[in-house]
Design a protein around this ligand. Structure first.
Ligand code: ADP
Length: 399
């Protein structure tokens, strides 16, 4: 069974096509700058080199059309006809409290996704557009939605409610939802596998450290707390997001800097985090380089970043009562030995012992802890697309 996985952003569209008989990726790619000058598609079949197709794509329908044409291309394609694509799995950011798992998309689901636009105004509209476009261009293929929020729906009220009147939760759904759920779910399952124990028995803290970043406490395969909240702004310091902040800073900024609500939200999401502190970049490769050349603001941004991740790990150790493993994943977690070393520093008291030689590794599944460490430190490359493809296959097969 061939399954197409789609992740549709406001001006981008990422795709992967899987052969589910062995879960291999037949091809993958992305379209960037949709609706903007210079739009292009980057496509790779198997282990071959990338090809770039420059094409003026005004909207997501044109982008998806080019993706399908490329997937069927005689020279670079992987299917002969669009009918070979048996189902499409979509990454959808927000399902509110409506879905705690993946769902086959029908009219009701579309309605629910539209209702969640208010909670994710930047993410849900392009996700919904991706579904609409695929329904139009591949009318025979059933479609499945896999939500970023779903995995965290197991959090207890004590973790997901904020200290504001309960009435506001009832009225507007103001609560912690959490994001990156597909990634936390995947790496926590792999962690149990690496520990050689059933997922239902292990307690892990998963650190998804990418451009956006979040930590989750996972008890017996269930998320019990996570650092992102009502929106992805809460929690860790991120590339350009401030993360945790005294809420009183918001009205203060609005008054002093003469900002309206949209401007302050834009500011906290796009101009803060390590970018705001370092004034160098939001990309850790650039910040690490600047710090190594003696830029003290870059070093400060890194130190603040490490410190906040470590603080969350400590908090979640307390939430879980005991910890079997700490998992690092996503761009930075998979590729930066420094971040893993600095986060694990000072965690010896709880049984964390990172092997610094083993830690000199990038992007592969490996146990980085010293042999006698009580708490394992695991590097697990995330694979959200595979989870989406698996869920899609399961839902399509059972209907
Ligand atoms: P996204 O949240 O956009 O999916 P990723 O998980 O791909 O992001 O992470 C991207 C970030 O990972 C980059 O901005 C960069 O800061 C960091 N990163 C990637 N590779 C490295 C590396 N080799 N060293 C340090 N940081 C890296």
């Amino acid at each position: 069974m061939k399954i197409l996985v789609i992740n549709c952003g406001s001006s981008s569209l990422k795709y992967q096509i899987f052969d589910m008989s062995d879960e291999s990726v037949l091809a993958k790619g992305l379209v960037e700058k949709i609706g903007l000058p210079g739009s292009f598609l980057k496509h790779r079949r198997g282990d071959e080199d990338n090809i770039i197709v420059e094409s003026n794509m005004q909207n997501h329908e044109e982008a998806m059309g080019l993706v399908i044409d490329t997937l069927m291309d005689e020279k670079y394609g992987v299917v002969k006809s669009v009918d070979e694509i048996k189902a499409v799995g979509h990454r959808v950011v927000h399902a509110g409290e409506r879905y705690a798992g993946s769902v086959l998309i029908n009219e009701d689901v579309m309605q629910a996704l539209k209702q969640c636009i208010e909670l994710a105004p930047l993410h849900n509209p392009p996700n919904i557009m991706g579904v609409d476009v695929c329904a139009k261009l591949m009318p025979k293929a059933p479609q499945v939605a896999v939500f970023d929020t779903a995995f965290h729906q197991t959090m207890p009220q004590t973790a997901y409610l904020y200290g504001i009147p309960l009435e506001l939760y009832r009225k507007y759904g103001i609560r912690r939802y959490g994001f990156h759920g597909t990634s936390h779910r995947y790496v926590s399952e792999r962690a149990a596998h690496m520990l050689g124990r059933p997922a239902g028995e292990v307690k892990v803290i998963t650190c998804h450290l990418g451009n956006g970043a979040s930590v989750a406490a996972i008890d017996g395969g269930k998320s019990v707390d996570t650092s992102m909240g009502f929106t992805p702004l809460e929690g860790l310091l991120m590339g350009t997001r401030s993360g945790d902040l005294d809420p009183a800073v918001v009205p203060f900024l609005m008054e002093k800097e003469n900002m309206n609500s949209e401007q302050v939200s834009n500011f906290l999401n796009k101009k803060c985090g390590v970018m705001g502190i370092s004034e160098v970049s939001s990309d850790f490769r650039v910040i690490e380089q600047a710090a190594s050349e003696g830029n003290s603001q870059a070093q400060l941004a890194l130190d603040m970043y490490y410190y906040r991740v470590r603080k969350y790990v400590g908090a979640y150790a307390a939430a879980l009562g005991s910890v079997d493993a700490i998992v690092f994943t996503a761009g930075l977690g998979e590729n930066s030995p420094e971040v893993r070393e600095e986060v694990c520093k000072h965690l010896g008291f709880m049984g964390v012992k990172l092997d610094l030689t083993k830690n000199r590794v990038r992007g592969k599944e490996v146990d980085l802890s010293s042999d006698n460490a009580k708490v394992k430190v695991l590097l697990i490359p995330t694979n959200e697309e595979l989870i989406i493809a698996r869920d899609t296959k399961e839902l399509v097969s059972s209907h």
